[in-house]
Design a protein around this ligand. Sequence first.
Ligand code: AMP
Length: 429
Amino acid sequence: MTSEVTFAALGLAEPLLRALDAANYENPTPIQHKAIPALLEGRDMMGLAQTGTGKTAAFALPILQRLSAKRHGAGAKGTRALILAPTRELAIQIDESFRTYGAHLNFRIAVVFGGVSQVPQVKALSDGVDILVATPGRLLDLQQQRKVRLDKVEVLVLDEADRMLDMGFSRDVLKIVDETPLERQSLLFSATMPKAIKKLGEEILLNPVHIEVTPEVVTVDKIEQHVYHVPASVKRSLLIHLLSDPAMSRVIVFTRTKHGANRVSDHLDRAGIPSAAIHGNKSQNARQKALEDFRSGSTRILVATDIAARGIDVDDISHVINFEMPVEAESYVHRIGRTARAGRSGVAYSFCDPNERDELKAIERLTKKPLTVATPIQGLEADQRHGHGERGPRHPHQGKPSGKPNGQPRGERSRRPGGGGRNNQRRAA
Ligand code: AMP
């Protein structure tokens, strides 16, 4: 949802306004409205917000403005701004956003992530950059090889911090933060606010401004939500039936498991409906290719798992189809939030078999809005694999933002020197 305030009124400089104009951003989204003025003042920030709210521009624009106010290099292998993100996909999207918004500012921008050769990344960093977007594992690796220096960081952003902790990056993040100067502006964004995130915030932020945007309610309101009550055996026929509608111009189909995603995608291919599956088992290149094809429109249908889809930033998704109901009600909101981005409207269809009624109830409790029951489609063929649907074993903890992140044993913090965090050190400094 956008507001009537203008970007100019938020204090952004002309080269940024020009870039926003070219990107057809008319008004700031609520998070941009709240965050930009405080960040331009140099405040630290704790932001409770998801991807899809316009969060990237909310931090990228003030960072670009701050860096352009005083032009100087960060020295060989150095960077002035550092943005940490949990996944390659998100890192790439953030990098692209900086390039879009910074189109008239002539900054050096680099992105590094694992799973690919480090050689081009090292080269890109060798003369130093202004802005570096990185996943924690690869960055720490490069830092330990002395291929990057973090001692000139002026602004630090931890994006999707809950997810970074969930993915076991807690120690890496802390080590990286410790390499940056105490005098810096620090921002932490997270979609959820478990204790571990609050604690991380206390350690790395100094007197932060707290902002919160809750796009769920807003977004959900803009999305037409239908549910088909169907046996598992007719889900595939129903899917093919729905996809024959040309209004389904850009569709994400969600399954619970990676195998489920492959099976649905193969089935669509056999039915003559091209699609691409994207999930964690695919190689980096395969995922990138699938995403690019989807973004460019050459693939109309993307079949994805929750994990793989989180952070995917593709505009104009016309429909989201929940081939299987998500185990976690919150995932439902994430899933359907892929459509209706930045204030647009969208349509979501959920296929609910009799075993998934509890999940449906949980979703309706969370969104406080019953899904519209769709009129059953007559004559759908049941497939032979009845009882062996795409539905994999239930993983009750899959995708759940946990308060106790992986890879961070209890008490780790107390082993850190002084038992206190950076915040305490900063206060003392
Ligand atoms: P994000 O939450 O940063 O992933 O942004 C979600 C989507 O909204 C991206 O596709 C942005 O390009 C788009 N977007 C962000 N801010 C605005 C805005 N003020 N007006 C229109 N689109 C925007």
